[in-house]
Design a binder for this molecule. Structure first.
Ligand SMILES: [Zn+2]
Length: 91
């Protein structure tokens, strides 16, 4: 699960190993060939959304440009067919 850290308080200061849990900078879709980007697969798409259903930016998710483009497209499709909400509070 990728969490979004809104603000980083300090620029750089190494403090005993981990400050924010492992930033795996690997595109999940490149790493896992089985993993498809599909608007019908809301569960997978949900990984790349924040708790407010915003799309997690590439710099945080670590996706490559190609897959991030594909992902945003599929998320938008998924929203359009109401598999995913645009925001919270529309329940
Ligand atoms: Zn990729």
């Amino acid at each position: 699960m990728v969490e979004v850290i809104a603000k980083r308080p300090q620029k750089k200061r190494r403090r005993a190993g981990r400050k924010m849990f492992s930033r795996h900078k690997v595109c999940r879709f490149c790493a896992d060939k089985e993993l498809e980007i599909d608007y019908k697969d809301a569960k997978t798409l949900r990984i790349f959304l924040t708790e407010r259903y915003k799309i997690i930016p590439r710099r945080i998710s670590g996706n490559c440009a190609r897959h991030q483009r594909r992902l945003t497209l599929e998320i938008k499709r998924s929203r359009h067919v109401a598999l995913l909400p645009y925001t919270t509070g529309h329940a």
